[in-house]
Design a binder for this molecule. Sequence first.
Ligand SMILES: C[S@@+](CC[C@H](N)C(=O)[O-])C[C@H]1O[C@@H](n2cnc3c(N)ncnc32)[C@H](O)[C@@H]1O
Ligand code: SF4
Ligand code: SF4
Length: 300
Amino acid sequence: MKLSSFMHFAAFGVKTILFQRKDPILGTVIVTDKCNLKCKHCSVNNITGVVHPYKQIQNEMRQLYDMGVRILFFCGGETFLWKDGERTLRDLVLEAKEMGFLIVNVVTNGTFPIDLPEADLILLSLDGDRERHNAIRGDTYDTIMKNIENAASDNICLYMAINQINKNAIRDVCVAARDTKNVRAVSFNFHTPYPDTRELALSKAEKTECCNMISKMMNEGAPVFNLRSAFPYLINNTFPTPCCQCVVIENGKISTCGRCIEVPGLCKECGYFFVAEYTLLFRGNPKIMIEMLKTYLKYI
Ligand SMILES: C[S@@+](CC[C@H](N)C(=O)[O-])C[C@H]1O[C@@H](n2cnc3c(N)ncnc32)[C@H](O)[C@@H]1O
Ligand code: SF4
Ligand code: SF4
């Protein structure tokens, strides 16, 4: 991370903590909800099937920038399905960088060739070893591993949503993160139980076991891009929600924290690690502050 970016984030953090400000710093643009997969745990694919036009996405990026957002995510649906004429996802990343976003990340299912060297991180969903990943995401594991191997850059961070199907495959994903070319780290979430996927949710005891396993893998040197000090809050769902410093924009509509904010009662069962990590940070939790500093400087 550039020193100037670090200084911007440090100043934002100090202002937010001292004055209990609610301005956003992290924003997500949903480029489409169209997807080539239909994963068992996902409730946000192919609802409209619309690929949003370039001009609209550009306006949304500008809107987020003007609100103060400096960490931008492109998400979907499947982000690599996005195009408008000759323009591709890579053009959106370049445009975001030119606009002045300090960190630009993309979330993808990894089933398309990966050519985004300008992104700071490509969060690539891998949900276990071949067997458990494919049980959730269809027969895609081998294609994804080949795409990672052939990627244009080494900015990939595996992204695993832990649920009832893959809760025993944490070690496999940590080992893949450590040993696979072009992969820098792995980041986890717990399944967030939307009404149509409640059966995949983990109990408190299961979340405890998962966190113990992630901790063990961290001790063994696995590159985990999460904060250990947030684990107790994630296990007990005692972190503050929603995250006021995060916003998402989809088809012109801005929501605080996530699209899921409109699902009644869901925030109380939120499994997104970034929500715990950011809300605890901006409440001034000293352990989280120190760990976040170390972790972000290591992986971005
Ligand atoms: C909605 S997908 C969109 C990007 C891309 N299609 C992908 O699969 O990475 C973004 C991330 O959300 C995760 N996800 C989907 N539903 C979830 C849920 N209910 N709880 C936690 N994570 C979920 C996916 O596993 C994926 O890592
Ligand atoms: S690939 Fe991503 S958007 Fe598509 S169904 Fe799976 S989790 Fe949902
Ligand atoms: S806190 Fe609520 S809005 Fe935010 S990600 Fe979790 S469930 Fe969604």
